[in-house]
Design a protein around this ligand. Structure first.
Ligand SMILES: C[S@@+](CC[C@H](N)C(=O)[O-])C[C@H]1O[C@@H](n2cnc3c(N)ncnc32)[C@H](O)[C@@H]1O
Length: 582
């Protein structure tokens, strides 16, 4: 069947990533598994952004098998007349007689009667704020009661619950980001407000979908009691050698997880239930406080900083483990540390180079500061592979952002003026009341010279390192200024080693996956503030924590290394939280 393959540019603007047929059939099948047989004998189904109709056709085919004798009435909307022409042609060839409409569904939705459909199947457009434009994004946020950074998926999902009859079911295919990101709270809220999620499939890096985003399928019912929502995830794993190929879709429906081979790649499938509320949180981050007042203070501080709860999978083993860790948690990283993202110049070509010696006119050497990037980070230590330096146009004797006086630095002044067109084109820098030669995220200049913990934003494993060189940290990393961890320098330093010890351990990684769980392709993870701040710390005064601090110090000084030292660390961290192994 012909397919309306749209051009790549248009694709991005309108979020046109069509659902491959096998995934469409899986989504339709899961939706139908939850749809009650209609008394009227007619199942009314909507796709509000139907493209060439793949999802609706898949649903009709699957319904013929599982709901024999039921007539399926299909309705599709799309902005794209060309795609709809393909849908119509497919419809005519199969003699279906669906209802196709060209139109902007976000405008049309309000005109449709409440409870008009028994099922909505959709892969809504995914268009980020940058592509939507700030003004449109703001209007949509206001119109649909959304918060924060939205993408076009959010208003689409907002229109749908009202259109479903009681007992009706939504089958949603969208980026899995909504499960764990701050912005995703919009979707999480919408799926919980009037709907009840009943099945969730985080399809991770399975590449079942061609778009750059990792997909998830949510099946949610309108009305009815609170169910245990089945939660299945599939992510690539290094895995054991498996000889036989398995149908991944069939494996996703299995009662228990396991490891399967699909298209030559090995996937770990985990099966559990969805935890959406804060109820489980006390398990994750419970505190053993020395006195009640201390406990109250810690709890209040935690509430103030905790971002809205992300969705995570629960299964008995993990829950028990988290409860044990929670009981032994003194504070979370977020409670003791201020986590900062590195600098962002938004003109790296001008500000950052590893060949300043070739640059003419030459900025003064005292303004060219060593720059730590994600390439330089190993667990525990910084190993700078290239002499990358940033032209840092601030007075580092000042605690607040104070740009240099260009008269005092004629070399830098000449160099920056030679690049003035590029720099001044960053109109947002001027609009925020800064000089045209400033960088976008400068931090507090005086803090750079302090010891700091640095870790990369994206990494398959934790790589928390200690820097004492006074270098600046690039925007592809995060950092924590050690003196800010505690009032007494000795306490601050001990806490820094403890943070590193927990973060770089097997327990840290497992905790991260269980609680934060935002994974990208090939096991890479995002170590952003929101997640790192949830990692737990044992009481630094305990004997077990002191043992971690001691070993972390040895790693940093180069006195410990290798597998046996790592195993020793994993054991010490596990012991500090009262759990076995790593
Ligand atoms: C991700 S594609 C999904 C298409 C099809 N349902 C599928 O799964 O293959 C999203 C579709 O949304 C359409 N679209 C974008 N904005 C829209 C709007 N405001 N109203 C209706 N459709 C829209 C695009 O033209 C595109 O066909």
């Amino acid at each position: 069947m012909a397919s309306a393959a749209p051009a790549a540019r248009d694709r991005k603007r309108h979020g046109r990533h069509y659902t491959p047929p096998a995934l469409a059939r899986f989504l339709a099948g899961r939706l139908l598994a939850q749809v009650p047989r209609p008394d009227s004998g007619v199942l009314r189904v909507l796709d509000p952004a139907c493209g060439d109709g793949e999802l609706l056709f898949a649903l009709r085919t699957e319904a013929a098998a599982v709901l024999p004798g039921v007539r399926v009435a299909l309705t599709g909307y799309d902005l794209d007349a060309t795609a709809l022409a393909v849908a119509r042609a497919r419809d005519e060839a199969a003699g279906i007689g669906a209802d196709w409409h060209v139109g902007d569904f976000l405008t049309v939705a309000a005109e449709l009667g409440a409870a008009s459909f028994d099922a909505v199947i959709t892969n809504p457009p995914y268009v980020r704020t940058q592509q939507l434009g700030g003004v449109t994004a703001q209007l949509l946020s206001k119109q649909f009661g959304l918060r924060g950074r939205i993408d076009l998926t959010h208003p689409f999902v907002a229109t749908l619950p009202r259109l479903l009859a009681t007992g009706g079911v939504l089958g949603l295919l969208c980026a899995n980001r909504f499960l764990t990101t701050k912005a995703g709270a919009n979707i999480r809220r919408l799926l919980l407000a009037e709907l009840v999620p009943v099945e969730l499939y985080d399809l991770g890096d399975t590449k079942l979908f061609e778009a750059a985003v990792l997909p998830a399928i949510t099946i949610a019912r309108r009305g009815g009691g609170v169910d245990n929502c089945r939660y299945v995830s599939a992510y690539e794993t290094a895995g054991d050698e498996i000889a036989e190929e398995t149908d991944l879709f069939a494996a996703l429906l299995g009662e228990h997880g396991g490891v399967v081979l699909h298209n030559g790649r090995t996937f770990a499938i985990e099966v559990g239930t969805l935890v959406t509320s804060t109820a489980g949180r006390s398990l994750e981050i419970g505190v053993v406080a020395t006195d009640l007042a201390g406990q109250r203070r810690a709890t209040n501080r935690r509430r103030a900083r905790e971002p809205e709860t992300v969705w995570r999978m629960s299964h008995a083993g993990v829950d028990r483990w988290l409860a044990e860790i929670g009981a032994a948690t003194w504070r979370t990283f977020g409670e003791v540390a201020r986590i900062r993202v590195g600098i962002k110049t938004t003109a790296d070509r001008v500000f950052i180079s590893d060949r300043w010696c070739d640059v003419e006119p030459a900025p003064e050497p005292e303004l060219l500061l060593d720059l730590i990037t994600h390439h330089d980070l190993e667990p525990w230590r910084i190993t700078r592979s290239r002499d990358v330096r940033v032209l840092y146009p601030y007075d580092r004797t000042q605690s607040q952002r104070t740009p240099i006086d260009l008269h005092e630095y004629p070399g830098a002044a000449e160099y920056l003026r030679a690049n003035k067109d590029t720099l001044a084109a960053r109109s947002y820098v001027g609009a925020s009341g800064r000089e045209w030669f400033e960088i976008w995220v400068p931090q507090r200049p005086q803090l750079w010279q302090e010891p700091k913990l640095v870790f990369p934003d994206i990494s398959d494993r934790p790589r928390f390192a200690l820097d004492r060189s006074g270098a600046v940290v690039n925007g592809d990393c995060y950092w924590i200024a050690v003196p800010e961890l505690a009032e007494l320098p000795a306490d601050a330093e001990r806490l820094a080693y403890l943070l590193m010890g927990v973060a770089n351990s097997a327990l840290g990684l497992r905790f991260y996956d269980a609680v934060c769980g935002n994974r990208l392709y090939s096991g890479r993870r995002r170590w952003i503030t929101q997640y790192v701040s949830r990692l737990p710390l044992p009481d630094p005064g305990s004997t077990a924590a002191r043992a971690i601090i001691e070993l972390a110090r040895e790693f940093v000084d180069g006195r410990a290394s290798g597998v046996s030292a790592s195993v020793e660390l994993d054991e010490r961290v596990a012991a500090a939280f009262g759990v076995c192994g790593g």
